[in-house]
Design a protein around this ligand. Structure first.
Ligand code: PMP
Length: 440
């Protein structure tokens, strides 16, 4: 199978580069790290994705998270078709928005009030504006390697896309904005205590990925998030837990359901995206009622959106969440567990030092002796890993019909539609990928 030439993708990519910067509408899609031609996609169904050259792959990207049910799930498509038949957008309230908001709150009671937006970036941008509005303070703490969308203040040391391109931050972000963001090493509570000791009365919020998956998967150490909440509150700041990636993916109530609800504490604000739209543009910011009611038209914090709560998009999100029952999460967890074991087995058989790290059903692999011995607990350790082995691993998988994330700093995503056939196709592809990683 290897040596397959994606002729049509190559043609389209050349054409795309003539009109779209880099030929893509989001940077990691460009195969900048792994090299080669990004596959242009024609269609997807269940666990499979098919490119414009007619090659079908088992999809381990799942649209970067939304496709928890698998692609083109019939209940979701039916809801979308029915909504589209009623028209595409009204710019006025609809019942579906309320139903989706209630579904989210039923799953995560820490979300007393929420507002729907269209992208995760808007959700985190609104969350930090709300925190600043509620506290009257300017500074934000974020963690190196955590990605919260392309919000100016949150682009410093932001994981995957930027890690991949080896950019320190982004041009076009003013020094004044950057100065309001304090970037700390992940999983380092002493650094958080020290930052609050020095700047406590100027810090509006700590924002963190509930379980980071944008520098590869780096789970929080036990008690880390709870301590963040305690320290922030001791200093009059808020904790924003970004669940754009983990929300309704790692479990029916997201990471909050695995941790906050078990430990008995709540973040002040949470952000969601990806699964809440089931593949269409829906995201949300929610949390404490008193903070959320700071939003216009009730309060002084402005936020708006022409397409916010779009009727077709919210129909897709609602149908996705309604179908995502415990059996769905059970299957996603099982598939992820089997694949984690298979990755380890294949890499060990080729003597490739590595660690497979995971948070719920999200997982990724870090190569190298250090990673194998100690794991990767923060962005510096992630960057010290042998990520140069990943391109060979990736291309061998692609050659063998497995569509993996085109950067080693991303999580692998699976769905409830990944049946045993799909899982076995991945397992069959892994020995060649492990060999390629060993030879890199
Ligand atoms: N937060 C997290 C944790 C994310 O993973 C992402 C997207 N990968 C975002 C925010 C931004 O979401 P969007 O791409 O929808 O703007």
């Amino acid at each position: 199978m290897s040596g397959h030439t994606p002729e049509t993708s190559e043609r389209y990519f050349a054409r795309a580069r003539g009109v779209i910067p880099g030929g893509v509408n989001s940077p990691v899609r460009a195969y900048g790290v792994v090299g080669g031609t990004p596959r242009f996609i024609a269609s997807a169904k269940g666990p499979h994705i098919t490119d414009v050259d007619g090659r079908e792959y088992v999809d381990l990207v799942c649209s970067w998270g939304p496709a928890i049910l698998g692609h083109a799930h019939p209940a979701v498509l039916d809801a979308v078709h029915a909504a589209a038949d009623r028209a595409l957008s009204f710019g006025a309230p609809t019942l579906t928005e309320v139903e989706l908001a209630e579904e989210i709150r039923n799953r995560v009671p820490a979300v007393e009030r929420l507002r729907l937006v269209s992208t995760g970036t808007e959700a985190t941008m609104t969350a930090i504006r709300l925190a600043r509005g509620a506290t009257g303070r300017d500074r934000i703490i974020k963690f190196a390697g955590c990605y919260h969308g392309h919000v100016d203040a949150l682009l410093a040391s932001a994981g995957s896309g930027l890690a991949t391109l080896a950019l320190p931050g982004s041009a076009g972000v003013t020094a004044a904005v950057a100065a309001e963001t304090i970037v700390l090493p992940y999983n380092d509570l002493a650094a958080v205590e020290a930052a609050f000791a020095e700047h406590g009365d100027t810090i509006a919020a700590v924002i963190t990925e509930a379980a980071p998956a944008n520098m590869g998967v780096v789970p929080p150490l036990p008690g880390f998030n709870k301590a963040l909440s305690r320290i922030a509150h001791e200093h009059g700041a808020l904790l924003i837990q970004d669940e754009v990636l983990t929300g309704f993916r790692v479990g029916p109530s997201g990471w909050w359901g695995l941790e906050g609800s078990v430990e008995g504490w709540d973040p002040d604000l949470l952000t969601f995206g990806k699964v809440v739209g089931g593949g269409l543009p829906v995201a949300a910011v929610g949390g404490r009622r008193d903070v959320m009611e700071g939003l216009a038209p009730m309060g002084p914090v402005y936020q708006a959106g022409t397409l916010s709560g779009n009727p077709v998009a919210t129909a897709a999100g609602l149908a996705t969440l309604r179908a995502a029952d415990t059996a769905v999460y059970g299957r996603v967890d099982t598939v992820a567990g089997v694949l984690r074991g298979a990755f380890t087995q294949a890499l060990a058989a080729e003597g490739v030092p590595h660690v497979v790290q995971w948070a719920g059903n999200l997982f990724s692999t870090f190569f190298g002796e250090d990673a194998a011995q100690h794991g990767a607990r923060d962005y510096a350790q992630v960057q010290a890993s042998e990520s140069w082995r990943y391109p060979a691993f990736f291309h061998a998988l692609l050659d063998h019909g497995v569509y993996a994330p085109p950067s080693g700093f991303e999580a692998f995503f699976v769905s409830a539609a990944h049946d045993d056939d799909a899982v076995n196709r991945v397992i069959d592809a892994l020995p060649a990928a492990a060999k390629a990683a060993a030879a890199a």
